[in-house]
Every structure is written in C-alpha cells, then in structure tokens.
Design a protein around this ligand. Sequence first.
Ligand SMILES: NC(=O)c1ccc[n+]([C@@H]2O[C@H](COP(=O)([O-])OP(=O)(O)OC[C@H]3O[C@@H](n4cnc5c(N)ncnc54)[C@H](O)[C@@H]3O)[C@@H](O)[C@H]2O)c1
Length: 351
Amino acid sequence: MRIVLLGGAGYLGSVASHHLASQGHDVTVVDGLIYNRADEPGRLLPHDAAFVHGDLRDPGLLIRVSDGADAVVHLGGIVGEPASQLDEQLAVELNYASPMIAAEAASAAGVRHYVFFSSCSVYGMREGTVDEDTEPNPLGIYARTKVLAERRLPDVLGPDTALTSLRLATVHGSSPRQRLDSVVNAMASRAASTGRIPLNGGSQRRPLVHVGDVARVLAGVVEQRLPGAWNVGSDGENFTIGDIAATVAEVVPGAVIDRGPEQNEADARDYRTSFARLQRALPGACPTTLKEGVREIAALVLTGLVTDPQQAQYDNHRGLIEALAAGKVSSLGSADCLRHGGEYAAAWGQS
Ligand SMILES: NC(=O)c1ccc[n+]([C@@H]2O[C@H](COP(=O)([O-])OP(=O)(O)OC[C@H]3O[C@@H](n4cnc5c(N)ncnc54)[C@H](O)[C@@H]3O)[C@@H](O)[C@H]2O)c1
C-alpha cells in the first residue's frame, strides 16, 4: 500500500515509517522538522521511504502528496498541554487546522482512508473506566484540539474516505527521534543518569503504550481499513504515576524515589482506560510492558547513546521554545487557518 505519514519524522512517525516499510509498504513522510535539522531524515527514516520537507498547513503540498495514496496518516502537531500553551494560535493551527486541511486534500485526491492521531487525553478526568463511548472531557488546549478534530473530520472527508481516530495512551520506549519528556521516558532516563526519580504525589492514573506497539496497531488499522475511534493500549497497562516510579526504581539499579507533595494543578488528567474494542479487532495488540520500555530507555543512557537526557532535543516544550525563537515555526494566519481557528473559537470560546 502507498501510505503517507504527515509528521512522520517525529517520535512515533519515525518508528512507524520503519515498521510500515519493513512490511513492504511504500512510505512517504512529510515533515517540517520542527525539532530536527534538515540533514537528519536520513538517520531517522528507512532508506526506502520518500521524504518531503514541508508544512502540513499547505493545501497545495497536501494535495500533491495525497495523490495516489491508499492511506494518509496525520501525526503532526504539538504534543501535550505545556507545549500547546506556548502559543495557542499555533497549537490550533497545527493540531486542528492542519488535520482538517489535510483531510480536505485527501478527500479531494480520492484517498479512501484517513488516520488521525488523537490521544486518551480527550478523557481528561473521569471516575471509573473510560471507553470510546465515554463523553470526552478535555482539560486544556491540546485535548480540545483533538476532540474538535475528531468531531469535525467526518464533515470534510465525505462518505468515500474512512476515518480512523487513534486515541493513544501515553507512549514510552525508544525511537530514532527520541523524546524523553513523557512520564515513563522522563523518569527512566533521569533514574539512569542521576539515580533519582522525582515524584510529586503520584495518585493520577495513566494508561501506557509502547511506541513499537503503536506502529504495529497503525499497520493493522491501515491494512484492514478499520474505521472509527480506538483507544490504543492494553488493559493491563493502566498505572498510577506512583506505580510507574516504583517500576523504574525496581528496574534501574540503585535508583531511588524522591517524594514530594501532590501537584495535581499542573496536569490533572486522571482516568482508567478500556482497550477492549482494540483487543477484539486486533487480538493481543500492544503486548509490550512498562518494564520493557523502562529497560529500553535506561539502556540508552547506560550505554552512552544518550549522554544528557536534559538536552532540549529530547523535550518538545523546550524544543518548541527554541524552534519559535529560531523562526522555524510560527502561526501563519492563512485563510484556511483563520477559518478553522474560527471553528475552534466557536466550539470552545476564546481563552
Ligand atoms: N507521544 C505520545 O505520548 C502521544 C500520546 C498521545 C497522542 N500522541 C499524538 O501522536 C502524534 C505524534 O506524536 P509524537 O510523539 O511523534 O510527536 P513529535 O513531536 O515527535 O512529532 C511530531 C512531528 O510533526 C512535525 N510537525 C508538526 N507540525 C508540523 C507542520 N505544521 N508541518 C510540518 N511538520 C510538522 C514535527 O516536526 C514533528 O516531527 C501527535 O499527533 C500526538 O498528539 C502522542
């Protein structure tokens, strides 16, 4: 199949591009390299993938790359609430306007399948267990852009293009484009480099998934053209932040937990997630455990592949601050972005 990965040079996309190419698919990656240098795609992507350096808000480019594709996958955007708060207009352009513009292009090019990377963050804070039928409860800009895109994408795709929304658990594990800013990777890399695991409170629940398992789920949903919303992970990988710290302390030799008070106001997300729907369609999906991901990240540090986990290249929040300062990315205010920005403002009110 010919598969286009928009934002495919990132943490998830670089792993997905290798997996899809290894399965014999013809992969094209489009990325603006917000966090990477122009000479890095050769290191990040499989040698047989085509790479296009471009902006995912450019309708002409999106129509050109969609032409002849069997599936277009959107995994570009700003990840997480702290980075999204740096510039709300930019976050809305990259996380809501861009997927809408790309869907318009895919539909115009006659692409039969569009896959949108969403997040379990859409659930926010919930009692009990959430599944795909639970009403979203977005707590910030990041989750609001994901919820609105999921709701509005069917309007622009039309009846001939199937939509799949993958609501990912928090991802861990190693990637050619390494991120160490999400909870597991941050704790494991910190523990391996300093022997300390900072933990403030830790009662909030988080579902987790390994980056390689996400790539395999993507291949499965594309190959079987599975439409609809899917939580991506497995029921056994629901943990509290405290559980994650305890696992890191168990796996990384000599690491100890530094306990501090609960800081819920920084990130109030708290939910237990059901992955039953995915497991019915793709039995045994997402088998990789938290322990395996922790071992993988600790090994990056202990073998010297990562020398300083605190470098900005591993952190999307600091990486975006640098990219903004360098003028590598900014809000465009194009007609399409303003139109979709108006939809976001109408849906959530100006904040
Ligand atoms: N990593 C996680 O834990 C996680 C969890 C849930 C959902 N997701 C979703 O998965 C997707 C991929 O996440 P990731 O961790 O790989 O992020 P990432 O930041 O590593 O990758 C995103 C890529 O998109 C590119 N990009 C963004 N906007 C662009 C634009 N306008 N033009 C060109 N390129 C652009 C960036 O250069 C980057 O390479 C995102 O949609 C994210 O919201 C990730």
